[in-house]
Design a binder for this molecule. Sequence first.
Ligand code: COA
Length: 424
Amino acid sequence: MKALEGVRILDFTHVQSGPTCTQLLAWFGADVIKVERPGVGDITRGQLCDVPNADSLYFTMLNHNKRSITLDTKNKSGKEVLEELIRKCDVMVENFAPGALDRMGFTWERIQELNPAMIVASIKGFGPGPYQDCKVYENVAQCTGGAASTTGFLGELPLVTGAQIGDSGTGLHLCLGIVTALFQRTKTGRGQKVSAAMQDGVLNLCRVKLRDQQRLEHGPLKEYSQFGEGIPFGDAVPRAGNDSGGGQPGRILKCKGWETDPNAYIYFITQAPVWEAICDVIGEPEWKTHPDYAKPATRLPRLTEIFGRIEQWTMTKTKFEVMDILNAKDIPCGPILSMKELAEDQSLRATGTIVEVDHPVRGKYLSVGNPIKLSDSPTEVMRSPLLGEHTQEILRDVLGFDDRRIDEIGASGAIGEVVSIAAE
Ligand code: COA
């Protein structure tokens, strides 16, 4: 069996944050029923399209292992179907704009009336406060959660990161809240609200920067490059380029081929316990005992000079050669891997972290599989559903409706045109 087998999720999510969460639940074995607007569906089905008439990769890569029902939940008959689904499901997950669910008529109180055991999990941009009514996308969350102000180089523009910490990061947070609430429900029998705000999720991931904000009140942040460069600190945590966020200084250094390959770089960490090994590798054995270099504290004001010397060595090797040499001596480092290199990485394929999926319209494509591995609940990645592909099946098998009732619902316009499974 799968870990969440028997758990039924009413998936009212769209775009990225919510679908990330419900995809994980589906991978852990929950029956995830994605409710989509007839004829339209999740807006990402048609965003950033690369293959004509096929669901975009944006959609397919975030909605594996789910079933799709099309339902107009503003239509009277559609609302009745949704009420039935609420009775039959364990968890509702939604990431509509603030107030949208209430406007649809499904307040927390109403949902409780229909199913007191239901867990209602929501992602919003902000928690209660001045911005609670705002619509929010990924980069807004990165900017308001502390990531952008602390990312980038000193004196330059704040930067957003490629990692979707606002969307996928908050989806992960919500997922943990849901399984925790499910666990509590086994003891109380009651549902509860689970909320994750994107600003909060990003701030949680920027925890070390709030740490540094408080350290700053007690003096300069000595592990930041600007300390060694003699640049005074202001009153807020500055952008620190590629400095390490931990106590071990690190930098991105050029490797052989950097002139033409934008990813011929390695992240190099001068971890204190392996300092002597580093000195030997780069050909500076006298640094092991020299008073300017032997101790971490004396190295801090000289990091630019030290990393400059290390880079002279890394530039003589490819990033993979550097990796091999350093790993043999337990010196932590990481080559800058391009998306192309990751896509072709056979070890990631072997673990199912990168999977090839077949889709009836677009054909084969690559996706990121489940990054969380459970030994007793392995993940099998199944393609995303076509819009409304499971509408009939869900009305019949989950809700127990007969043909007459299904025809009536169809005639009301609540489910739109039903996609034939024969499309496969
Ligand atoms: N049937 C009928 N109506 C439906 C429906 C369905 N099956 N599904 C959605 N709708 C309606 C909603 O009720 C809403 O109607 P309303 O405006 O009358 O209340 C409408 O569709 C639009 O929903 P909304 O969530 O406002 O979409 P949007 O495209 O305007 O905004 C976001 C998108 C992402 C900005 C917004 O949903 C949001 O801020 N979400 C929370 C934060 C979040 O998750 N952001 C990250 C997304 S990756």
